[in-house]
Design a protein around this ligand. Sequence first.
Ligand SMILES: Cc1ncc(COP(=O)(O)O)c(C=O)c1O
Length: 373
Amino acid sequence: MASTENKDGTGLAKRIETWVRPAIREIGAYHVADATGLIKLDAMENPYGLPDAVRRGLIEGLGDVAVNRYPDPEAAGVRKSLAELYGVHSPMDMLFGNGSDELIQILALAVGGPGRVILSVEPAFVMYRMIATFTQSEYVGVPLKSDFSIDLDATLAAIEQHQPALIFLAQPNNPTGNLFDEAALKAIVETAQGLVILDEAYTAFTDSDCLAWASQYENVLVMRTLSKVGLAGLRFGMLFGHRDWIVQLNKVRMPYNINCMTQLAIELALENYLVFSAQCQQLREARTTLFNALVSMDIGTVYPSEANFILVRLAGGLSAPRVHQRMKAAGVLIKNLHGAHPLLENCLRLTVGKPEENQRMLHALQQGVGLTD
Ligand SMILES: Cc1ncc(COP(=O)(O)O)c(C=O)c1O
């Protein structure tokens, strides 16, 4: 661009200031760290690659995908397999998103908006707040207790006061990894007039299962994703609930949000779902090993986790940002959460990887905290 200053004195910066809403100008973009050359344990991905059968199926099938045509807007093949996998039948239905991120956006577009409140607990998955901002909804974050359990009195009071259109609760929670007390979740669902979204992004790593709540409570929808089980790159999230809710939400969904390559890959993956389940089981076992190793390092509080990551709060004068940097220098990328929320002071989030990656991570952590050179 030749100049940012126009004849009438309005430059690009001025135009941006005039036209981009202040709430958008004020926030930072969702940050994705560059992991080039590093062991990537910052984003709760499954470290195992595609099962061989899926890989072969993809190589054989991709060439025949009709990319000149728009994809099936209903993703019928995927829908059929998922209905079988999760036992979904009428009057329950499903809505698919380009990741559950998009489902959060669809919900906020359809149910949130100016003059409406979206509520969650804090700390929680950051997109709840960001998407509330994008959709001009008011966001209310009720702090968790210091042990990361729900402060039920404060949450019910906030629900009475703000009458939220939407409540998001992740079970288990990100970034803390704990499950919330089911009695507290029920009290929230029974108090709320609006929709409660139980976000089961980490369902593969816990025995907790709230899917049935979507049929038991008319104000509950359950959200899941294939990202954490090994398909993060495909971007595919699922929302389960009564078809009357799904019909309304579906109006806001972009018609072709699940592309044809993704549909093929997911159908193949679902045919081989047992392989992914077995990988998740391995990660659960690796989580226990990692947890015990972290506890024995005696570097602070290691929080028990029902997800594929572990939250650690460093003590004894150790600084999470500094340790994070040192681990990066040692070739391991994890997530520094210090500064993200007061309850996350000096916290690091470690994604569970393959056993050898976890060993490398532990070694880098030991170096980072100065236990070894
Ligand atoms: C609780 C929770 N919900 C939703 C998501 C988004 O998942 P997806 O990859 O399906 O957009 C995440 C991702 O980290 C998450 O932690």
